[in-house]
Design a protein around this ligand. Structure first.
Ligand SMILES: [Zn+2]
Length: 102
């Protein structure tokens, strides 16, 4: 297991994990519900993070992450009318509740 990404937002961690899984890299999100305790423990430990199962996928995972960061830089976040969660600008549906984003 290798940690490849520390996210600032939960959706960010899921976006990364989904992308990795779609590319055949087994990835998992940890600490998804722990953002409320940031401040009590080092952020590095408390923030949502993405780990990959197979260490041999690391180089491929990191290349994919760089690609995603370039994509993300081109989009602005969108907010869900139904639940208020923020989704990446490239999303058509809310990651949290599935409502179509305006
Ligand atoms: Zn929503």
């Amino acid at each position: 297991m290798i940690r490849v990404y520390v996210a600032r937002q939960r959706y960010d961690a899921y976006l990364v994990a989904d992308r990795l899984n779609q590319s055949g890299i087994r990835a998992h999100v940890f600490n998804e519900h722990m953002s409320s305790i940031v401040g009590d423990v080092p952020p590095d430990v408390a923030q949502p993070q993405v780990w990959i199962a197979d260490d041999r996928d690391e180089a491929r995972a990191r290349a994919l992450l760089r690609e995603m960061e370039r994509d993300a830089a081109r989009t602005t976040p969108r907010y869900c009318r139904a639940c208020g969660e923020q989704s990446p600008g490239s999303f058509d549906l809310c990651w949290n509740c599935g409502t179509a984003l305006a």
